[in-house]
Design a binder for this molecule. Structure first.
Ligand code: ZN
Length: 203
């Protein structure tokens, strides 16, 4: 069971590669907080438009109502008296997010952040590394390597497009282990397991 702080501020991060179940875990924690009759607000960056406009969605199909923001500076004005503040896809929100969520925790709120810890080149993806350092509780999920079936912590880009921000899930990435991952774009899909890439989301 998750540790549930009572009466103190607190920060937690759920991280890992693509298809590691980060959003599913965020949704699970938010639902548990709601069962405990705590007030919760959920944010996500507007750049992520894979799912319906005003909800957080996992690859496995769960959704949660959320507020779309263009930058992290909007969060303090929108939290009102929420006891729990959740932020999905936090790697899109930049270093500005760190001080903002620390302030929310210092005010006595529980903050839950989910986001990628590395980009497709294997480079730590700010602000997640910084949030990991200052959070009380961190969870790094693993996915399944689509080449060998081992635990995977890397996002392999499959389409040859430049830029760190490439929104898109199954068609653009697959999870790979350290041995089968490359910082180069992999366009040969013959190595993939016959199971298909969409199965990668953890339950
Ligand atoms: Zn592998």
């Amino acid at each position: 069971m998750d540790p549930l702080p009572q009466g103190v501020g607190w920060m937690e991060v759920v991280t890992g590669c693509m298809f590691s179940g980060k959003t599913s875990e965020l949704i699970r924690r938010v639902q548990r907080a709601r069962y405990a009759r705590q007030s919760v607000v959920v944010f996500k960056p507007r750049i992520d438009d894979r799912y319906t406009e005003d909800s957080v969605g996992s690859h496995s199909g769960q959704t949660l109502r959320s507020i779309q923001i263009d930058h992290a500076g909007q969060i303090p004005g929108l939290v009102a008296d929420a006891q729990v503040v959740a932020v999905d896809e936090a790697h899109f929100l930049g270093m500005e997010l760190v001080a903002i969520v620390e302030n929310l925790a210092n005010e006595g709120r529980r903050v839950i952040v989910a986001g990628l810890d590395m980009d497709y080149r294997g480079v730590p993806f700010e602000p997640i590394p910084q949030l990991l350092a200052v959070s009380e509780y961190i969870t790094k999920n693993l996915a399944i390597c689509m080449v060998c079936g081992n635990p995977a912590d890397r996002s392999q880009r499959l389409v040859d497009r430049s830029g760190r921000f490439l929104v898109g899930a199954a068609e653009s990435y697959e999870a790979r282990c350290r041995k089968h991952w490359s910082a180069e774009v992999a366009t040969d899909l013959q190595t993939s397991l016959p199971l298909g890439r969409n199965l990668a989301e953890d339950p």
